[in-house]
Design a protein around this ligand. Sequence first.
Ligand code: ADP
Length: 149
Amino acid sequence: YTGKSSTQLLSASIRKFQVKDFQSIPSVINEDISVYDAICAMFLEDVGTLFVINKNSELVGVCSRKDLLRASMGGQDIHSVPVHIIMSRMPNISVVTPDDLLIYAANLLIEKQIDSLPVVRKKGSSYEVTGRITKTTITRAFVALIEDE
Ligand code: ADP
């Protein structure tokens, strides 16, 4: 008998979860596409957040559902406004790496009050997007805790 309480065992298993074990495939758009095309991409890919890259495939921003709603309500022509005008941009983007702990990612989602995080790989002074972590990811990990018992 190890003498460990069930709470200690549970927290030990949570601490073993890493971003790379739970990340999903990211939906990425180019910064030059229109707000209208970003809305189409969001519907087609069935995601709540799109990661925005430039022509060198570097992460430049994040575009959420409400970013697109706000842009659509502004009275501008959503067919001509490019998405880089309305997105949240670097360096103010929260990111995680594959080796980060999932609990670190979960804390970032709560602290920053956001729904998703790009999983990135460093590429010189910029980032390449390789995955995504969302609130759904955290729900899946929560369920896995019980199923792996
Ligand atoms: P929504 O805006 O649809 O509620 P979020 O809560 O994820 O979706 O986004 C809130 C705001 O934070 C948006 O303006 C969005 O661009 C921005 N945002 C989303 N994810 C990130 C991130 N990983 N880093 C920085 N800002 C983000």
